[in-house]
Design a protein around this ligand. Structure first.
Ligand SMILES: [Zn+2]
Length: 511
């Protein structure tokens, strides 16, 4: 019969317990010295070895031939506990036995001496689930436990345990295991089982296990295919997630404004993830790492994972301005929030991915900072769009703006006004005037000249509002007048959003 890996490789001695050295050392010393506590509290997240250690403890205190605090696992007492034939070790799941009656029943039982060993050990799992009355009943027992009884209380939620209980137990905090530790253990298990587990596959499994070795082993079980090697591709395929390389590819696509590529990525990812929220969560976790790479000197101290992946993350973080990373994280987090509120999950996810590529679709400060950061890197924010609108009114490129034939047609002037010949020189004046901060807000502005009036229009209300502030408008007028060599009046207007050629919706439709 096939035995699950996490059962088969459950440690039988303290010696074999992975990653909880601080606890194991103390327990072995206590058992070796015979100074055992009558109530232990094991706390920590799931899958970190609480129950395993409780069971080893139960055997060690009853073992006929203990070795340095470890059970021999061969004597009749050890074997009796291992094959669950003895009554001396009782496991209670508080999640299903929460009532005061259950605890009273337990108390009545306590007077009986152990059947074969020295101690009766009660392991109460999920002890935080007990009712208040049950806790009170338990407390009475913990106050004066019979000398042959040991309690091991285990919980994932220490804050739900009453202080009165806490004060009567010796507490041990189980740590979440590092990915390296879990990966190493998974590789060991694979080797024992006679199949190969590739290093990057082990690391991905370890990352997914999120600190719980048991989960890591269960995942390995799912990915195992007889004695075939377990590769990264296989883990990605079976467990249903994207590897770091693909996720980094997606972030790069967002930075390169490749909406179509990102939507294709999403289509592949959809088959592997339970839902877009998980995918966005993974992307956010990657962006968090990139952010750490870009703002700290020694990211390896804060980022889990192997050296190769870290190197790639550092390289990618150098390509992206920090403001852009922050904006992507915000966009994804908003996307996750939206996913929780809409029935149209796929549509919502696609819109999030498109706005990931397009800072101009966001009107918040993070988007503007990202656009400015892009500008600072010298990468055109609207690579495709910048050339398109300029093609239309090229016909009459009048370099002498003295006459303004269309100035009297206010409705048409925004779209049909003359090109502003001094637009670029005007922008160059701003840094000299100490107003380089305005440049980012001019990215999307369409200038048109009507006589001595320079009309600046944009779909982005936040840009228009900002530029329309008196001190900003005055600076624009001064720069324009300097560049034109005559007095120019600046007007700001918000234009209606147009279905531009560059509209990301078109890319969506073209897929
Ligand atoms: Zn033994």
């Amino acid at each position: 019969m096939y035995q699950a890996l996490y059962r088969k490789y459950r440690p039988l001695t303290f010696e074999d317990v992975v990653g909880q050295e601080h606890i194991v050392k103390t327990l072995r010393a206590q058992i070796g010295a015979g100074s055992i506590s009558h109530a232990y509290l094991f706390c920590g997240t799931r899958g970190t070895g609480k129950t395993t250690c409780a069971k080893i403890l139960a055997r060690a205190v009853n073992c006929a031939m203990p070795h340095e605090g470890d059970p021999c696992n061969e004597c009749p007492q050890c074997l009796g506990i291992l094959n669950e034939s003895t009554m001396d070790v009782v496991e209670i799941d508080a999640a299903t036995n929460t009532g005061v009656g259950d605890v009273r029943e337990l108390r009545e039982e306590l007077i009986y001496a152990p059947a074969s060993g020295k101690y009766r050990v009660y392991i109460i799992d999920e002890v935080h689930m007990l009712s208040t009355a049950a806790f009170n009943a338990l407390l009475k027992t913990l106050e004066e436990p019979p000398s042959h009884v040991i309690f091991v209380l285990a919980t994932t939620e220490i804050h739900k345990i009453p202080a009165t209980i806490l004060s009567r137990c010796q507490r041990f905090d189980f740590k979440r295991l590092s990915p390296e530790l879990i990966a190493g253990r998974l590789e060991y298990v694979a080797e024992q089982e006679g199949f190969k587990l590739e290093r990057d596959a082990a690391l991905l499994l370890a990352r997914l296990a999120d600190g719980a070795l048991r989960d890591g082993l269960s995942l390995l079980d799912r990915c195992r295919d007889g004695n075939e090697p377990v590769t990264l591709q296989r883990v990605e395929q079976i467990v249903g997630v994207m590897g770091g390389e693909q996720l980094m590819g997606a972030v790069r696509m967002a930075w390169n404004r490749d909406a179509a590529g990102l939507l294709r990525f999403y289509r592949d990812a959809r088959e592997r993830y339970a839902g877009p929220a998980q995918l966005f969560g993974d992307l956010c976790a990657l962006l968090r790492d990139l952010l750490i790479c870009s703002v700290t000197e020694e990211p390896e101290k804060l980022i889990e994972g192997d050296a190769k992946e870290l190197k790639e993350k550092i390289a990618l973080s150098r390509e992206l301005p920090t403001a852009c990373i922050v904006r992507m994280m915000r966009t994804l987090q908003d996307g996750i929030y939206e996913l929780g509120r809409t029935a149209e999950k796929s549509l919502s996810a696609e819109m999030t991915l498109i706005s990931l590529c397009r800072e101009e679709l966001g009107e918040d400060i993070a988007s503007l900072s990202a656009r400015i950061a892009r500008l600072e890197r010298g990468i055109p924010p609207m690579a495709a769009a910048a050339s398109a609108p300029a093609a239309e009114p090229k016909k009459e490129a009048a370099p002498a703006p003295s006459q303004a034939p269309k100035a009297k047609e206010p409705a048409a002037e925004i779209s049909q006004g003359e090109e502003c010949p001094f637009w670029e020189p005007m922008k160059e004046c701003l840094p000299d005037m100490g107003r380089a901060n305005l440049l980012g807000f001019l990215l999307d502005i369409k200038p048109s000249l009507a006589g001595d009036r320079l009309i600046l229009s944009s779909e982005q209300s936040i840009c228009i509002e900002f530029l329309n502030k008196p001190e900003n408008k005055a600076a624009l007028q001064e720069a324009a007048s300097r560049a034109a060599g005559r007095g120019i009046l600046v007007e700001l207007r918000q234009s209606e959003p147009a279905m531009a050629e560059d509209d990301p919706m078109n890319e969506l439709l073209n897929l």
